[in-house]
Design a protein around this ligand. Structure first.
Ligand code: FES
Length: 105
């Protein structure tokens, strides 16, 4: 599926992401800046914060309790905040837009 990453300045990077890849892995593998991912995807660092868009609300399963707890640590959390390592891409995500925060800290 095609995923578009949009950095804080508004620059878009469209990438074709294999099913089963996390949004965090997709960003790292495609040199998308704005994700730190210090823990490597175990959901324990909160430096892979991103925002989904309202049109995807309800179409993607929400964060589990661990992710919700970690999202309280990010700077500038919003309703559609997610940890990008906790969202696994599948066909139904085709066309998803992922916005990146100004800072991971
Ligand atoms: Fe650490 Fe996502 S990479 S919480």
């Amino acid at each position: 599926p095609e995923i578009t990453f949009i950095d804080f300045a508004g620059n878009e990077t469209k990438v074709d992401v294999p099913n089963g890849t996390s949004l965090m892995q997709a960003a790292m593998e495609n040199m998308v800046e704005g994700i730190e991912a210090e823990c490597g995807g175990s959901g324990s660092c909160a430096t892979c914060h991103c925002y989904l868009t309202t049109d995807w609300q309800g179409k993607i399963a929400g964060p589990n309790s661990n992710e919700s707890d970690m999202l309280e640590l990010v700077s500038d959390p919003k309703d559609l905040s997610r940890l990008s390592c906790q969202v696994t891409v599948s066909d139904e995500h085709h066309g998803l837009q992922v916005h990146l925060p100004q800072s991971q800290y």
